[in-house]
Design a protein around this ligand. Structure first.
Ligand SMILES: NC(=O)c1ccc[n+]([C@@H]2O[C@H](COP(=O)([O-])OP(=O)(O)OC[C@H]3O[C@@H](n4cnc5c(N)ncnc54)[C@H](OP(=O)(O)O)[C@@H]3O)[C@@H](O)[C@H]2O)c1
Length: 261
């Protein structure tokens, strides 16, 4: 499973969220040191606070001075953003409307100004509602694209998610000297333990007949990207879609977790 260690560890944003908390737990279970910037340490998952590999910084990442951000990024092997807008009227329509995109842009600038000797890996939690550039998601027809266009016009988090991915795909690109990235696109998030799942280059299900993705599987895939060099080489500069393997039945276990489709 883990072919490389991560001595510099990971800076994790969104560790108090539904998916981010699972990412945090799985990274610590693998022995990866984690630094996390959270608004409130009280919302971290139970039991992690005593872990000596965990460093918690209580701060608003959007308001953090760039020198502070740089100090938390310096020497890290990887950064993960599981940020997302709170599901409430204020969270969806109030500020900051560009929470994720702004964080990604600030983090990229901080990495670039640090000029690390080897590229820092950045993993962005995104969504199947996010398009790859140049209409590469050929499975997505005119109807779905029109629906998403309207969605982004009226629902700020949908626009934010697309912009955050565009920062990496269109502004940073795939041959940047200091940043490498993977944009992880799960389908409808559901609870459950790690199970068999598949990773695909492009969209596999219609927005109107969505697949499911266990948050534990998203976390597992992200942890694999951090700890498995071959996995990183396979997906860097790409926007993999992660979906549960529905052929996985109770009792089959999760031996096939992470199958590439
Ligand atoms: N729902 C789905 O089915 C689905 C499917 C695919 C992708 N996604 C995307 O996946 C991402 C993560 O989803 P999730 O459900 O795991 O997220 P979540 O549980 O809503 O967690 C969001 C995280 O972002 C933080 N956050 C929110 N507003 C913030 C702010 N203003 N400043 C700093 N931190 C802030 C939260 O911190 P606090 O604890 O302090 O609030 C929390 O750690 C989102 O971008 C979402 O759009 C969702």
């Amino acid at each position: 499973m883990s072919s490389v260690s991560s001595p510099g560890g990971v800076l994790l944003l969104g560790a108090t969220g539904r998916t981010g908390s699972r990412v945090l737990t799985q990274l610590l279970e693998r022995g990866v040191p984690v630094c996390t910037i959270v608004r409130s340490a009280e919302r971290l998952p139970a039991g992690v606070a005593q872990d000596p590999r965990l460093t918690v910084v209580e701060a608003e990442v959007a308001a953090m001075p760039v020198v502070d951000l740089q100090s938390h990024i310096a020497g890290r092997d990887a950064l993960i953003s599981c940020l997302g807008h709170t599901v409430s009227l204020r969270g969806v329509f109030g500020p900051p409307r560009d929470l994720v995109g702004d964080a990604v842009r600030r983090v990229c600038r901080a990495i670039e100004s640090l000029r690390p000797a080897t590229p820092t890996r950045l993993i962005l939690m995104s969504s199947v509602s996010v398009n790859r550039p140049a209409r590469a998601d050929t499975r997505r027809g005119v109807g779905e694209r029109s629906f998403l266009w309207v969605l982004r016009a009226v629902v700020p988090p949908a626009r934010d998610n697309q912009r955050a991915a565009d920062v990496l795909a269109l502004e940073v690109g795939t041959d940047a000297a200091f940043v490498e990235w993977v944009v992880v696109r799960p389908d409808t998030l559901v609870d459950g333990e790690v199970s068999a799942y598949a990773t695909h280059e492009g969209i596999v299900a219609s927005l109107f007949r969505p697949a499911t993705t266990r948050m534990a599987n998203v976390a597992h895939f992200m942890a694999e990207l951090v700890t498995d060099a071959a996995m990183w080489r396979r997906w860097r500069g790409k926007m993999p879609v992660v979906v549960d393997d529905v052929t996985d039945r109770p009792g089959r276990g999760s031996a096939s977790a992470g199958r590439s489709g």
